[in-house]
Ligand binder design. Structure first.
Ligand code: AMP
Ligand code: MG
Length: 344
């Protein structure tokens, strides 16, 4: 299969291009498209065969469910049932945007999307291309991130091409995504609600409206979740470059990173600009932003891991940031991506 990459204006998407993409969705094909978080790999959420293709090309374990994307708030009533009142309040405040709710699933959404669970993940993305694609196809669109299972998520069209060249018919290229990490996923079937995955929407903002949200250890990126019904996505290795990634956390990280470099001079460093000042002479370095601006760090996170993976290094060394706001999402991704986590 030839993979077509079409450039599309992120603010004023060309109607013809959106039509070409939605025709593919309606034929049961896959389309990679930009959202404000990362690129998604989309299929018609009401078509089992189409949804199965997502799992097939991603190499995604069949028990890891997908997020259903809708274009207008009201469509939540078509994809979910028994929706608590506070979900409507949150939707009013935060949609369109990077916030996903786990709700009970309606008949309209096929089993494959939810990996057989009785729940469904729903979000309304704010990216104009995503929004227009959903409206034009007239279907809810099921989409995970558009990367091979286990790899860093794609924040640019060329990342998608890297993983899926020859395997999907179309990639819509609207340039780099705004946030660079996935949506925040909250289980709203529980009381109090439970954070399943921190993401681009800071949990502190959501708590202002509905009070305390439970943050389990696995949402911080620790350990492996062994259960079934909570968030199957927690079970698997995620977001990882091909080369071993060492995450160094804590106050003495500079000293520990220096020791690691002595042991293995052919290491690539992925650091904040503040920590990077201690390693000025080290050649293989990518700066992911300032620890004072965690949006910048999130924006550069996955693309930096992909870029360092391609350089002539044996291992990749990175560091922690504060777990405040979007920083919680950054730390969740780094802890899951790391093959080794050192407390310094
Ligand atoms: P991705 O699209 O690659 O960002 O993955 C979707 C995320 O949403 C994964 O972490 C899934 O485990 C989670 N998810 C999707 N549907 C459900 C659900 N019904 N229950 C719990 N977690 C879900
Ligand atoms: Mg993913």
């Amino acid at each position: 299969m030839k993979t077509k990459v079409i450039k599309v204006n992120p603010f004023h998407p060309d109607q013809e291009i959106i039509k070409e993409a939605s025709d593919l969705i309606l034929k049961g094909e896959l389309v990679a498209f930009p959202t404000e978080t990362v690129y998604g790999l989309g299929a018609d959420a009401t078509n089992s065969n189409a949804v199965r293709k997502i799992f097939l090309v991603k190499g995604r374990p069949p028990d890891n469910p997908l997020i259903v994307h809708i274009a207008r708030h009201e469509e939540i009533n078509e994809v979910a049932i028994k929706i608590p009142e506070r979900v409507y309040e949150l939707a009013k405040r935060f949609w369109p945007g990077p916030l996903t709710f786990i709700l009970y699933r309606s008949q309209k959404i096929v089993d494959e999307v939810s990996a057989g669970l009785d729940t469904v993940a729903v979000r309304c993305p704010s990216h104009p291309v995503a929004n227009m694609l959903i409206i034009q196809s007239g279907k809810p669109i099921a989409a995970p991130s558009a990367n091979k299972s286990g790899r860093p998520s794609p924040t640019r069209a060329d990342h998608v091409l890297e993983d899926f060249k020859g395997e999907i018919p179309l990639i819509l290229d609207a340039g780099p995504t705004l946030y660079g990490v996935e949506s925040t996923v909250i289980d709203m079937t529980k009381d109090p609600p439970v954070l399943l995955r921190p993401g681009a929407m800071p949990i502190e903002e959501v708590e202002k409206y509905i009070g305390e949200i439970v943050i389990p250890d696995f949402a911080r990126g620790y350990g492996k979740y062994e259960g079934k019904a909570l968030s199957p996505g927690m079970k698997y290795r995620h977001y990882s470059p091909n080369k071993p990634l060492i995450l160094v956390e804590g106050e003495n990280k500079v000293a520990v990173i220096k020791d690691l470099l002595k042991e293995n001079p052919r290491s690539g460093l992925v650091l904040t600009k503040e920590t990077a000042t201690h390693f000025k002479d080290h050649k293989e370095m990518i700066i992911i932003g300032s620890k004072e601006n965690l949006y910048e760090v999130a924006y550069n996170l996955f693309s930096s891991l992909r870029a360092m993976d391609k350089r002539n290094v044996e291992i990749i060394i990175t560091e922690d940031v504060s777990e405040v706001g979007i920083g919680l999402a950054v730390m969740n991704r780094l802890r899951k991506a790391a093959s080794k986590n050192i407390r310094a």
